[in-house]
Design a protein. Sequence first.
Length: 53
Amino acid sequence: MSLTLHKQKMKKLNKKYADLMRQAQQATGRKEAVGLIHKAAKLKNKFDQHEMM
């Protein structure tokens, strides 16, 4: 994977993570917030795995 493509993918993951966390803060129900936080955690794991490469 080229460096610019890698950076673009990382930027996209980071943006999606921030968006999910923002949505979780705005969530009205506990289940909704927990679901969004779990999605964000999965993205964070992907982000961390890509950083190690």
